[in-house]
Design a protein. Structure first.
Length: 492
């Protein structure tokens, strides 16, 4: 079975920060893959822009090097690379000065007015407002314009509102695409397909049948050159407020009337507004902060966070575990255990839905322990779905029970390369499909839940617990779940 490629309309993609790390590692390789698969129309253009002075040819050399480095050898086709490189242009543009903007307008005006224009802000959030203002003031906005905003959208509720307000002064909400690449992953899409395209799961998707849900986003690396940003952010802002909260919403939302941008996001917003508050009254009992110490990771010795940071002290968390609850009829009494961290045992992201135990075991102790059914959705590194069931161990000798998975790896099942999430999201921008992007009120509602946690940590002076690099985090995270009689799901 092969994937079906749906072409998109002709477009001009302007990437501000076009020679930065995100463009090099993700955006240019993702656009190359879409071109390789024949999805990009022949007359479409990709325009890199930044303060750095480069010629078109120098930028094309940069893009070629990015493809050589970040695209697998089996996907590098010389004819396709030449075709893709030919689409690239570069302009020197400054967010806080007028130089280069008239040249950008002249280049874009070469295309028909009906051509889709997408502006991707692969820059720091402090520049979002400046870029939005100049894109508007230089007459680059028309009915076919989209603005793509990278995370983080703010560092707290106040700054998120300020960013949304200034973007909203220059763009209509339907033109703004706040991107979270986790929502573009194949498994996240399959979560919706499993729930809403099959009769099997949705009748069981509630507190009567679900015991608890775990969401883990684990990284085995440390700061990786992000020390300046990360020490000001921490794991709660960097991962929980956006990625993990978004995944929780997709697990917990009510069935929308249709899979379209606003219907789905309306349901996610209801989940965010139903989250039980975490503040100074309960923060010590339902959250854990951690910070990695030296140990072993990725097959070798690993330095501590402070050594990676180059400082003597820091109160920034590199690990967070939270017991979240959703106060509505569907999920009342079902805990959602969330955890994320750096320098953990392995790189892994997964959602685990654990169903309630059977009410009565008819088999007796000799047959073995009857374990609870689990649905495991793996987002990375190998995307797929496993449904864990109890079956009879084959062979004679009586009834012996085993816990085994029905396993579907997407790459193996469909015989295709697993596309990077950015590939889907970049093309959804061109389609104008906002389903997998965050709406303004959604971003602000997530901060409304996270802000009191940050304030409570400060008020209670809750400092990060140390944990050894290469482990699954501080002991407090184990206690968080085990005092409820449950354990963290350990990957195979």
């Amino acid at each position: 079975m092969t994937s079906h490629i749906i072409p998109v309309d002709s477009f001009d993609y302007v990437v501000f920060g076009g020679n930065g790390d995100l463009a090099e590692r993700k955006l240019l390789p993702a656009l190359y893959h879409r071109d390789l698969d024949g999805q990009i129309p022949d007359d479409s253009r990709i325009i890199g822009a930044s303060r750095t002075s480069l010629s078109d040819e120098e930028y094309r050399a940069f893009a070629r090097a990015a493809i050589d480095r970040f695209v697998a050898a089996e996907d590098r086709d010389e004819a396709a690379i030449e075709r893709f490189i030919g689409r690239l242009f570069y302009l020197t543009v400054d967010a806080r000065a007028d130089g280069g903007w008239n040249e950008l307008k002249a280049l874009l005006d070469q295309a028909p007015p009906s051509r889709i224009r997408a502006f991707y802000l692969a820059v720091g959030p402090s520049l979002f407002g400046d870029f939005a203002m100049r894109i508007r003031s230089f007459g680059l906005v028309n009915d076919c314009t989209r603005l793509v905003v990278e995370k983080p959208v703010g560092r707290d509720l106040e700054s998120a509102r300020a960013l949304n307000r200034i973007i909203g002064e220059h763009f209509e909400e339907h033109q703004v695409f706040r991107i979270d690449h986790y929502l573009g992953k194949e498994t996240v899409q399959n979560l919706m397909a499993l729930r809403f395209a099959n009769m099997l799961y949705e009748p069981l998707w509630n507190s009567a049948f679900v015991d608890h849900v775990q969401i883990t986003v684990a990284e085995s690396v440390g700061l990786e050159g992000r020390a300046g940003y990360y020490d000001k952010a921490g794991a709660l802002r960097d991962m929980v407020q956006n990625h993990i909260v978004q995944l929780m919403c997709l697990v917990a939302l009510e069935p929308p009337g249709a899979i379209d941008g606003n219907a789905l996001r309306d349901e996610k917003l209801k989940v965010l507004r139903a989250l039980k508050p975490i503040d100074a009254r309960n923060v010590e009992h339902v959250t854990v902060r951690g910070q990695y110490r030296s140990g072993a990771s990725n097959g070798g010795p690993a330095r501590s966070y402070l050594e990676d940071l180059g400082e003597d002290s820091s109160n920034t968390e590199t690990f967070v575990a939270i017991k979240a609850e959703i106060n509505n009829w569907r999920w009342a009494g079902v805990p959602f255990y969330l955890r994320t961290g750096k320098r953990l045992t392995q790189r892994m992201s997964e959602i685990v839905v654990t169903f309630r135990p059977i009410p009565h075991n008819i088999f007796g102790g000799a047959a073995g322990h009857v374990q609870q059914n689990q649905l495991v959705l793996r987002l990375q590194p190998d995307e797929g779905v496993k449904q864990w069931l109890m079956i009879k161990d084959p062979g004679p000798g009586g009834m012996r029970l085993r816990h085994v998975p029905l396993d579907m790896s997407f790459a193996q099942s469909f015989g295709v390369r697993n596309p990077d999430a950015y590939e889907r999201l970049l093309m959804d921008v061109i389609r104008g499909n906002q389903t997998l992007f965050m709406r303004r009120d959604e971003v602000e509602a997530a901060w409304e839940w996270v802000d009191p946690i940050l304030s409570a940590w400060e008020e209670k002076d809750i400092r990060p617990q140390g944990y050894t690099a290469g482990t699954w985090g501080p002991s407090g995270s184990i206690a968080l779940i085990e005092r409820d009689g449950r354990t963290w799901h350990e990957p195979e």
